[in-house]
Every structure is written in C-alpha cells, then in structure tokens.
Write a protein that binds this ligand. Structure first.
Ligand code: ADP
Length: 322
C-alpha cells in the first residue's frame, strides 16, 4: 500500500481530530501518502479528496469537531454507489481506507470491503460508547465530562430551589452515557432504555425518598433513548404527583468542545494502530480497546451485536444515594 485515505462519518465526536492527526503522521512516518476525504461518504462519492501533509494536522490535537467535516449519506446505502466510491479511491491510488465513526459508518465500511475488496479499518468515533467489542470510544470521556459540568451547575439550582431536575443526556438507544454520568453526578435516579421502567416507578421512588426525609431536590438522569419526548412526559407525571420538576435537555453541547486528555491519548493510540493493521494487510476490522489493550474486532461482530450496558453501574448509583 502506497497511499491510504481517512474520513470521519456520522455524528462528530471530540477526539476525531487527534485521531486524524495520528493516522496521518503514523502513515507519513512509514513513507505512505495520506488522503483526507471531506464529509464522510458524501465526500467520497463525489471525489472530494485531498492529500494530507504533516502541516495539515498541525494544531488540531486540542480541537473538537473534525477538520474533515462529517455527514450522513443515504446514497451510500446503495451498492451501485459503493462501487463508484471504490473506483474513485482506485483512481487516486488509494490502497486502504480508515473510517472514524459510529456503528452506521462502520457498517458502510464493511460493505465497501465485501463488495469491492478495498481494505478498510474502522475506528470507534462516537460519544455514545455504544460500539460492541470496545470498552471505550473516541469522544465518550469528553461528553461525560461536559455533561457532568452542566449537571453540577444544575444541581446548585436544584438545591437552592428544592426542586427535582430531569436532565436528558445523549446516547441514542443506549444508556452508557446516562449510567456513567448518573454515577458521577450522584443522581437520585437513572433512567436508561436497557432497564424496564414505568412512570409509576418514578413516582414511587421519589415518594419513598421524600418519606425518608431526603429533601426535595434531586437530579434524575434520563437517557434520550428511542422514545422521543420521554423526559417531558416524566416531568408531567411528577406534576400530577404534586412535584414540579425542571427539565434540561443537554443536547448537542455534549458533542462539542476540546477533547479531554483521555480522549486525545485514546485517539492517538487507536489512530496509529489502525495504520499498523492496514499496512500489515488487515482489513474488515475495527481497532478498539479491551481491558486497556488495543484489539481488533471484526466489523461483522460490531454490526451483529449490541454492546451490553453494565447494570451494576445503575444499581450502584441507587445504592450510593441512599
Ligand atoms: P454513525 O456512524 O454515527 O452510527 P449513522 O448511523 O448515521 O451514524 O451512519 C453514518 C453513515 O454511514 C450513513 O449516513 C451512511 O452513509 C453510512 N451507513 C450507515 N448504515 C449503512 C448501511 N447499512 N449501509 C451502508 N452505509 C451505511
């Protein structure tokens, strides 16, 4: 392989830039040319590709977002379009592609390899930490800390006004962000899609807490989950129970900002490892981290399996606030 390409795809996450930097410099240091693809698969299918030199990745290690831009691209779900994409890569002499993104982006990479033979390596780039086979994803730690900073502030008001606040965090269909944020902020309750929950449970738990004389302020962390509007419905239920609750949807604030030291180190390690695997002839894998060790996970496994939530974390939060 004389040249490789790198792209970021799907939802952006803090740490994508240090990952791009690491991929670029690791490859250049081994005498391999590097191309950047703008806007993920949207840029690939129109040939929005440029050569990355070492200076292009100067001063980006500390920056949130992605200098390569990101996008969602429906057209890439069409196999004909994926064949056209492979031709574009070949025209540029690109012998391998590194895709930084979530499970959707990694699915696209897997299909590209299977249908066209272009070697692909994935890197887990998402704040949600919902990718099977890796303990951690690039951007998760930053999002966790951003959410915590916001919730600590909200708690000040919750205490001053003796109010309950329902704080909604991101995570799509998973509760990985919510469970860790919940433990770290000392939440009174954590609501995640993986654990069955009814509005009655909420009323019951809060009534119990009041009966125990625990005061009437508190933070309930709610994962955005697959049911839009859940957080507002919970607030209405509390209203019915005679308890006013504030609602705060943290939203996209969680996706931005300078990556934490942890995410920068993770992104740097995984980026360089992705190049090593690609140049060693590997393909159709994601490079992740398991028990603090860099590991390769088949992309097929990622597509077929859901990363389980650690239920002990949710129980721990309940134990610790008693
Ligand atoms: P993420 O990568 O963050 O999970 P998405 O699920 O939106 O984000 O996927 C990002 C992009 O990856 C999609 O817009 C599409 O271009 C590509 N992709 C996702 N799923 C598929 C699929 N089943 N087949 C081909 N490409 C896909």
């Amino acid at each position: 392989i004389n040249a490789i390409a790198v792209m970021t795809s799907g939802g952006d996450s803090p740490g994508m830039n240090p990952a791009i930097r690491s991929v670029t410099r690791a490859a250049l240091n081994q005498g391999v040319r590097v191309f950047g693809i703008n806007r993920g698969y949207s840029g690939l299918i129109i040939g929005d590709i440029f050569e990355l030199k070492s200076r292009n990745v100067t001063n980006i290690v500390q920056r949130g977002g992605t200098i390569l831009k990101s996008d969602r691209c429906e057209a890439f779900k069409d196999p004909v379009v994926r064949h056209q994409a492979a031709e574009i890569l070949k025209e540029h002499g690109i012998g391998g592609l590194i895709v930084i993104g979530g499970d959707g982006s990694l699915t696209g990479a897997h299909l590209l390899f299977h249908e066209t033979g272009i070697p692909v390596i994935g890197l887990p780039g998402t704040i949600d930490n919902d990718i099977y086979g890796t303990d951690d994803t690039i951007g998760f730690d930053t999002a966790l800390n951003t959410a915590l900073e916001a919730i600590d502030k909200i708690r000040d008001t919750a205490i001053s006004h003796e109010r309950i606040f329902l704080v909604e965090v991101m995570g799509r269909n998973s509760g990985h962000i919510a469970s860790q944020v919940g433990v770290a902020c000392g939440a009174e309750m954590i609501i995640v899609p993986e654990i069955d929950f009814t509005l009655e449970t909420l009323s019951f738990t809060l009534a119990n807490q009041r009966a125990e004389g625990r005061g009437s302020s508190g933070i309930i962390v709610v994962a955005e989950g697959p049911r839009p509007g859940l957080t507002y419905r919970l607030a209405r239920q509390l209203e019915i129970d005679g308890q006013t609750a504030g609602v705060c949807i943290l939203g996209h604030i969680q996706r931005g900002g300078q990556p934490t030291g942890h995410d920068r180190v993770l992104a740097s390690c995984l980026g360089a490892a992705a190049v090593t695997y690609l140049l060693a002839g590997e393909t159709d894998i994601m490079v992740g981290i398991k028990n603090s060790k860099i590991t390769a996970i088949p992309l097929l496994d990622i597509m077929e399996q859901k990363k389980p939530l650690n239920p002990e974390l949710v129980q721990l939060a309940q134990l610790l606030h008693k």
